[in-house]
Write a protein that binds this ligand. Structure first.
Ligand SMILES: NC(=O)c1ccc[n+]([C@@H]2O[C@H](COP(=O)([O-])OP(=O)(O)OC[C@H]3O[C@@H](n4cnc5c(N)ncnc54)[C@H](OP(=O)(O)O)[C@@H]3O)[C@@H](O)[C@H]2O)c1
Length: 304
C-alpha cells in the first residue's frame, strides 16, 4: 500500500525568495522581515547603489546569516528583464518564492523602448514576463509560491481593462488627464495583477505552485514621489491616513511564510485575510484575454 506523502509545514526559513522592488517601501520591509525569518534572498533592482544599501541593511539585521543576491534590471525594459531572467536561471538552482512587487505610477504618458505605456510595462508586463521566463525553474522547486502586489486601487478600473486602448492614449488625453486619467491607468494595472494571478493559478493547477496577490493598504513609501509637486502634496496629505511600511508588508510576509495558506491559490488578500475584489477582477474571461494580450505584447522582444 502506498502511504500518503507527509508534507513538511511551509515556512520561509531556508527558502530562496526572489523579490522585485526591495530597495524601497513595502518590498524593503518585507525583504528584511523574510531575511530575519531565515530566507535567502535574490533582489531584482534597477539601481546598484540602492541595491548595495539594501544588502547592507539586511546583513546588519541578520549578521550575514542569510544570503542576499543582487540582480540588476530595469523592469520597464523587456530586454533587460529577459537578460536578468537568464542570469537568475544561471545563478539560482531553485526559486521557492517569487514576489512581483515593484510598481510605479506616471502622471504623464511615456512609452518604453518596447512601445508600451510605462505604467503598464512596469506594473503588469514586467511581472508577466519575469514570471513566465522563470516558471519552469519555479515548478522544479516542487512546492512554491508566486505573490504579486496588487492594490485596492484596482477598484478605479471598475469596468475592467480598456483592451482597445492598451497604450492608454485615451486615458492620458487632455480631458481624461484632467479627471485623473493616470489614477485610472494605475487602477487598470493593479486590476491586471489580480487577473494575471487568476489565470496563472489556473495554469498551475496540480503543479504544487500557488499564485496569490494582495492589497497592502495605503502605505507610507516613496510611491508617487516623482510625479511633480501636486502628486507629492497629495501623498503628504494621504500620509496621515497611511500605515507604516512594516504594516504594509505584513500580508506579503504572511503569504510568503505562512503554512496556514498552503494549498490556497488564485486568491486576493488584504490584512492576512481573503478579500473580495471587484466583479471585473473576478472575470475569468478577462483573465484569459489579458494573458493572450500580454503574450502578444512580449513577443517582439523575444526576437529582437
Ligand atoms: N504605497 C502604497 O500605498 C501602495 C498601495 C497599494 C499598492 N502598492 C503597491 O506596492 C508596490 C510597492 O510600492 P511602494 O509603495 O513600496 O513604492 P516605492 O517605495 O516607490 O517602491 C517601489 C519599488 O519598485 C522599484 N521599481 C520601480 N520602478 C522600477 C523599474 N523600472 N525597475 C526596477 N524596479 C523598479 C523601486 O526601485 P527604486 O528604489 O530604484 O525606485 C522600488 O524598489 C507597488 O506595486 C505599488 O503599486 C502601494
Amino acid at each position: 500500500m502506498v502511504g500518503k506523502l507527509k508534507r513538511e509545514p511551509w515556512s520561509a526559513m531556508g527558502k530562496y525568495v526572489l523579490i522585485t522592488g526591495a530597495t524601497s517601501g513595502i518590498g524593503l520591509a518585507a525583504a528584511k522581515e523574510l531575511a530575519v525569518r531565515g530566507a535567502d534572498l535574490g533582489i531584482v533592482a534597477r539601481n546598484q547603489t540602492k541595491a548595495k544599501e539594501t544588502v547592507a541593511q539586511i546583513n546588519a539585521l541578520t549578521g550575514g546569516q542569510t544570503k542576499v543576491d543582487v540582480f540588476l534590471a530595469d523592469l520597464t525594459d523587456q530586454q533587460s528583464i529577459r537578460g536578468v531572467a537568464s542570469e537568475i536561471l544561471t545563478r539560482c538552482a531553485r526559486i521557492d518564492v517569487l514576489i512581483n512587487n515593484a510598481g510605479a505610477m506616471f502622471v504623464k504618458r511615456i512609452l518604453t523602448r518596447d512601445g508600451i505605456e510605462k505604467t503598464w510595462a512596469v506594473n503588469h508586463l514586467a511581472p508577466f514576463l519575469l514570471t513566465t521566463l522563470l516558471l519552469e525553474r519555479i515548478k522544479m522547486s516542487g512546492e512554491a509560491r508566486i505573490i504579486t502586489t496588487s492594490s485596492h486601487g484596482h477598484k478605479m478600473a471598475k469596468k475592467g481593462i480598456a483592451f482597445d486602448d492598451l497604450s492608454a492614449e485615451k486615458r492620458y488625453s487632455f480631458l481624461q488627464a484632467l479627471m485623473g486619467g493616470a489614477n485610472f491607468r494605475y487602477g487598470e494595472t493593479k486590476l491586471a495583477n489580480i487577473l494575471f494571478t487568476t489565470e496563472l493559478a489556473r495554469l498551475l493547477e496540480g503543479t504544487g505552485v500557488a499564485a496569490n496577490c494582495y492589497d497592502p493598504g495605503l502605505v507610507v513609501t516613496n510611491f508617487n514621489q516623482d510625479n511633480g509637486t501636486l502628486a507629492r502634496m497629495t501623498m503628504a496629505v494621504m500620509k496621515r491616513f497611511s500605515r507604516p511600511v512594516e504594516k504594509g508588508a505584513e500580508t506579503l510576509v504572511w503569504l510568503a511564510d505562512s503554512n496556514e495558506i498552503s494549498g490556497e491559490s488564485g486568491k486576493y488578500y488584504a490584512d492576512r485575510k481573503e478579500a473580495i475584489p471587484t466583479a471585473a477582477a473576478c472575470s475569468e474571461e478577462f483573465a484569459r484575454k489579458l494573458w493572450e494580450v500580454s503574450e502578444s505584447q512580449i513577443r517582439n522582444s523575444e526576437i529582437s
